[in-house]
Design a protein around this ligand. Structure first.
Ligand code: ADP
Ligand code: MG
Length: 578
């Protein structure tokens, strides 16, 4: 579209105002123009914090010779024609004000050549007045140089902060656009020194690592979600990176948000990001995040603020939820892959995590130290190192027990119904495997040795499998033809009567191959909490926490399903169905 003056009725409808408050605002506007012009590379040079010089060079479409003067008129734009266009904006600019406002408070020089023209043009302005226009040879693209910013507005000049502060603002303005547009190569030089460079290779990860530093980037997880707005219609996409709880800052200043390619400041949205860390970060600690939010343009109104840094959403709650959920899911999903060291602080027993689990003080004590004996059921030991494994289920909060058989738990992704017996079997089995791998199954001397008289075939099975029982740290002596003396047993059955569980173990062994795996599994089966047993809340929470870190949490070792998950969507669908 050619550059034209906006009609009066459109000017009246756009949120006009003075947008140039500091050098970084100039940089922002010039970068936006370069992006709108389709540039593949944008280079920024700065001297003296932008007071002396700001120069932005792009290889975009350029400006036609015939339109160059018009470009510096207020309300002259190639991006908007009618009020209705505001609903479908695909450009960052639309008011036609920036060049005019910047030129009015500086000495401006623009050298540009339109792609389809042979010759370029050079235009000089001082305080907004044209001093010289001439034809020049120039590469396709545009260079805008702004010198002596605010030379004619001493009040604004006086308001500028130290060079260091203005440099930092400029630096961050460049970083933001580089992250929002990974396919554009950005470069920043301040006082002759290269401060930032991105390749334009199109990978957000590269730019984020480059902008925030590799160390910070390593503490972040990818966020990538498609959130259905109305089924089958518009969608909100949230993509980017968010810090693991092991990294945080004392303020929200590194929650960097873009909506449709526009860097925005929105306290509700950064609050949504922070809320996704509920229970994972201490109060006063804030995450680092770079999130690119994409949605149909008609769902967001950018015409509300002169610097275009604030937007209005047609349904802000929807966007809020989409962002929060995307981040939360990324955090919980990442727990799988993240190293245990990260997980410890991420989802381990920090005070906040404990609070999140809604735990009772008794439970907290029991899981933090080792005395399990304080807990009612000794068949559910907390296993001192149980939490130090990657998480395989999200953090679940116990809601209650039904039918003395199932635990109801709630997680960020919906509702979970857990079969207490199958789940405990899985947890115990894993514990036994881990103990065997780490020096042997933990055993306990029985308070009193137990004599067990077995049926002849059970006695035969026990004799055959005596090595396997020894591996499980049983100490069994032959006491008579079919009777045995038990002196030590694995900790998890130490309080049970051998006469109660041994026959069951042996029977299941006789029916299958007598392998270490099978005998371990049968031990887990006999020691697991039964269906029909009422559990205390702390016991349920301990069990769930252990299940959350089992490598295979969804089935018991004997192949039974441990849990049923009903996602929020499934629940909502279920209720919508009439
Ligand atoms: P807006 O971006 O809101 O249209 P500006 O004052 O920033 O207003 O720019 C006015 C016009 O000048 C733009 O609409 C565009 O046509 C042209 N223009 C400005 N900068 C560039 C650039 N770097 N490359 C090509 N065209 C540009
Ligand atoms: Mg502009």
């Amino acid at each position: 579209m050619p550059i034209e003056l906006l009609p009066e009725e459109v000017i009246g409808r756009i949120a006009a105002g003075e947008a140039i408050e500091r050098p970084a605002s100039v940089v922002k506007e010039l970068i936006e123009n370069a992006i709108d012009a389709g540039a593949g590379s944008v280079h920024i040079e700065v001297e003296a914090g932008g007071r002396r010089l700001l120069r932005v060079t792009d290889n975009g479409a350029g400006i036609r010779h015939a339109e160059i003067e018009l470009a510096f008129k207020r309300h002259a734009t190639s991006k908007l024609r009618a009020v209705e266009d505001l609903q479908q904006l695909t450009t960052l600019g639309f008011r036609g004000e920036a060049l005019a406002s910047i030129a009015a408070v500086s000495r401006a020089t623009i050298v540009t050549r339109h792609r389809q023209e042979e010759m370029g043009a050079s235009l000089n302005l001082r305080g907004g007045f044209i001093e010289r226009l001439k034809r020049v040879g120039a590469p396709a693209g545009t260079v805008v140089a702004i010198e002596n910013l605010f030379f004619n507005t001493p009040a604004r000049l006086a308001f500028l902060k130290s060079d260091a502060t203005e440099k930092r603002h400029i630096h961050w303005a460049v970083l933001r656009y580089a992250m929002a547009y990974p396919a554009i190569a950005f470069g920043l030089r301040q006082d002759g020194r290269e401060r930032f460079r991105s390749s334009g290779g199109g990978e957000l990860a590269d730019v984020v690592a480059n902008a925030l530093g590799l160390k910070a980037f390593r503490s972040m997880v990818a966020v990538d979600s498609l959130e259905a707005l109305k089924p089958g219609r518009s969608r909100i996409q949230v993509a980017g990176f968010a810090s693991l709880p092991s990294m945080s800052r004392a303020s929200r200043d590194r929650i960097i948000l873009f909506v449709n390619g526009r860097a925005i400041q929105d306290s509700a949205l950064s609050h949504a990001v922070t809320q996704a860390y509920d229970g994972l970060l201490k109060t006063g600690a804030f995450p680092v995040a770079v999130l690119l939010i994409t949605m149909p343009p008609d769902l967001v109104d950018v015409n509300v603020h002169p610097t275009k840094a604030e937007v209005r959403f047609r349904d802000s709650q929807l966007v809020f939820v989409a962002v929060q959920r995307a981040v939360r899911e990324a955090l919980l999903g990442a727990a799988d892959a993240a190293p245990a060291a990260d997980l410890w602080s991420a989802t381990g027993f920090t005070d906040d995590a404990v609070a999140y689990h809604n735990a009772q003080p008794a439970w907290r004590k029991a899981s933090a130290d080792d005395p399990f004996d304080d807990i009612g059921l000794d068949s559910i030991p907390a296993g001192a190192d149980a939490p130090n494994r990657p998480r395989t289920l999200p953090v679940l909060r116990v809601v209650g027990q039904v039918g003395a058989a199932y635990i109801i738990a709630e997680g960020p992704a919906g509702l979970y119904l857990i079969d207490q017996n199958a789940a405990h079997e899985r947890v115990l089995y894993q514990e036994l495997i881990d103990e065997s791998a780490n020096g042997g199954v933990e055993s306990a001397a029985l308070a009193e040795s137990q004599t067990v008289l077995l049926a002849p075939d059970d006695a035969e099975t026990l004799r055959e499998a005596s090595d396997l029982f020894a591996q499980l740290s049983f100490e069994i002596e032959v006491f008579g033809p079919n009777s045995f003396l038990i002196r030590r047993a694995p900790r998890i059955v130490a309080r049970l009567l051998a006469a109660d569980y041994l026959p069951r173990m042996l029977e299941s062994l006789r029916l299958s191959r007598k392998t270490a795996e099978r005998v371990t599994q049968s031990l887990a089966t006999v020691a697991a909490v039964r269906s029909g047993q009422i559990m205390q809340r702390e016991e349920m929470q301990t069990l769930i926490m252990q299940l959350e870190r089992c490598p295979a949490p969804f089935v018991s070792p004997s192949g039974q399903k441990t849990l049923i998950h009903l996602s929020r969507e499934e629940l909502a669908d279920e209720f919508r169905r009439s």
